[in-house]
Design a protein around this ligand. Structure first.
Ligand code: SF4
Length: 292
């Protein structure tokens, strides 16, 4: 098993075999993201990837879960991706789940027939960085797509039968009235997209990023912990998707909250309101405890 540079994976892929298929992110322009700033995007050769799969089989044996790294593995040409999925199935008889980060532009470049073929070949879980439903913010953070394009990408993944996890970013609007607008717009795109999971992360400034410099210049004001909870509260009050698993335990969040909506809405709101009402910061993760 060989890896180039830092490797990132979603929290829920902690037990997966991480197979690095791409190096870096094909987009690599989002203002808040420093994950792949040190890497120039490329797709590893199929031979290299097959060698890695063979090494993994020899070293760790059979596995049930595989996550395709780095960012945006769905950018790989469909025939190559199908070959990788076939190789994984042959190498790991118990394989039941392959997941990947998927960029919205790369997803849109695939036809519905291709997405279905990929899902049937084993690509079961897609993690889409939606970040916000606010059109203006999508542009400001250089996400590379409009609201309509992001929505279409997410809906296509759901229609193709993939298990979709939409990742959103609390605090990405900065301070002021746009914070609530961001939360409302994010609830709206989620309601229309209907992902199976909604994973919330909180903006954390990363040195070297555009956002970091904006903060240094005083052009972007970070929310305080209570203000991020206000955003979460607006989200919970406005999400209407049935059986939506909300995953809010990421290390960047001040208050870890998990639950299934709408069933757990009241419990989740009580947890947030009790902190907001008491202004008791002891229930929150300290800046030192928070992570990326
Ligand atoms: S947030 Fe995702 S799409 Fe944007 S640069 Fe980072 S890895 Fe790439």
């Amino acid at each position: 098993m060989r890896y180039e540079g830092n490797i990132f994976r979603p929290f829920s892929e902690a037990n997966s075999y991480l197979l690095q298929c791409t190096i870096g992110c094909s987009h690599n322009q989002c203002t808040f993201c420093g994950m792949y700033k040190d890497k120039k995007y490329r797709v590893r050769t199929l031979d290299e990837i097959k060698e890695d799969i063979s090494m993994a089989r020899d070293q760790i044996g059979d596995v049930e879960k595989v996550f395709l790294c780095d960012g945006d593995a769905i950018a790989i040409e469909t025939p190559v991706l199908l070959e990788i999925l076939k190789e994984l199935k042959q190498a790991f008889p118990s394989l039941r789940h392959v997941g990947a980060y998927v960029g919205p532009q790369s997803t849109l470049s695939k036809s519905m027939a291709e997405l279905i073929e990929l899902r049937e070949a084993g690509l079961a879980k897609a993690y889409l960085g939606v970040e916000t439903g606010d059109e203006r913010i999508l542009k400001e953070i250089r996400k590379g797509v409009t609201y309509a394009e992001m929505l279409e990408a997410g809906q296509s993944l759901v229609e193709a039968g993939m298990n979709l996890s939409s990742m959103i970013l609390l605090g990405i609007a900065g301070r002021g009235p746009r914070s609530k607008e961001h939360a409302l717009a994010t609830a709206k795109i989620t309601n229309e997209m209907k992902p199976h999971y909604l994973a919330a992360l909180t903006v954390t400034p990363v040195p070297g990023t555009v956002l970091y410099r904006q903060i240094e210049r005083g052009e972007f004001e970070l929310l305080d912990p209570f203000e991020t909870l206000e955003e979460m509260k607006v989200l919970f009050e406005n999400l209407t998707v049935e059986n939506l698993k909300f995953v809010g335990i990421h290390a960047s969040n001040y208050l870890p909250v998990n639950g299934t909506l709408p069933r757990d809405r009241e419990r989740m709101l009580v947890a947030i309101n009790s902190v907001l009402d008491s202004r008791d910061g002891s229930a929150l993760r300290s800046e030192r405890e928070r992570g990326l």
